[in-house]
Write a protein of this length. Structure first.
Length: 226
């Protein structure tokens, strides 16, 4: 007799492969989300596999089952963050002139930073900590084509604006934006993002038409305090 599936007298069918696949993906995403939270809260060393599993609400053995090691889990988180960040240089529909592309790039980077402060904190920490900088460098190297395309996209904007040294302008803009992201990650409650955003636009002769975050309360520049 073949296997029967019963629950409280109701005959059930075995789960389909598609359902199993969706459940596996849900578990993987819960683990990634939990790891991101714990890496940001406790650092890489303090976020143990047991803690990650408990935060994700899964069995401890599922973390190594899906990701192998904690370092591999960290690499996947970094790869996802890096792919998302370096995709921001692509112009949005309607951005045709160099000025429109530059303004759109600035706003996309700042909006993404505002919407993912824990990710920004994690990436900044990993870039600076000796224990994890090697992991960051390895992920960056594995995404060389994406990183180069991001750089070239920004350089093309400055070339179209007539800059004598587009490479230098790309590095300067990234330095400015990464400084903004760093301060926003440290002081999310007191950082005057809109005023700073308008100042960055003004540096390049741009004038934003509307606030980046229309529903956000005004936050004038006073002092940065945690």
């Amino acid at each position: 007799m073949g296997r029967r599936w019963f629950q409280e007298g109701v005959r059930l069918s075995p789960r389909s492969e598609e359902t199993n696949r969706e459940l596996r993906e849900q578990s993987r995403h819960r683990i990634l989300d939990a790891a991101l939270e714990l890496f940001a809260e406790h650092g890489y060393e303090g976020a143990t596999v047991a803690r990650i599993a408990a935060r994700a609400g899964v069995a401890r053995g599922l973390v190594p089952y899906y990701f192998g090691t904690k370092e591999a889990l960290l690499e996947e988180l970094l790869a996802g963050a890096m792919t998302g960040a370096f995709g921001l240089a692509a112009p949005a529909p309607g951005e045709t002139t160099a000025d429109e592309r530059l303004a759109g790039l600035i706003d996309r980077v700042l909006a993404a930073a505002h919407g993912a402060v824990p990710v920004q904190r994690l990436v900044l920490c990993l870039m600076l900590q000796p224990a994890t900088r090697e992991v960051y460098a390895r992920v960056e190297a594995s995404h060389e084509a994406v990183v180069t395309a991001f750089e070239d996209g920004i350089r093309s904007i400055f070339a179209d604006r007539g800059a004598p040294d587009p490479a230098l302008e790309e590095m300067l803009l990234r330095s400015v934006l990464e400084g903004v992201i760093f301060k926003l990650a440290v002081y999310p409650g007191t950082y005057p993002l809109e005023d700073v955003r308008r100042r960055v636009h003004a540096m390049y002769g741009l004038t934003p038409a509307a606030p980046l975050l229309p529903d956000a309360p005004p936050r004038p520049a006073t002092r940065l305090r945690a």
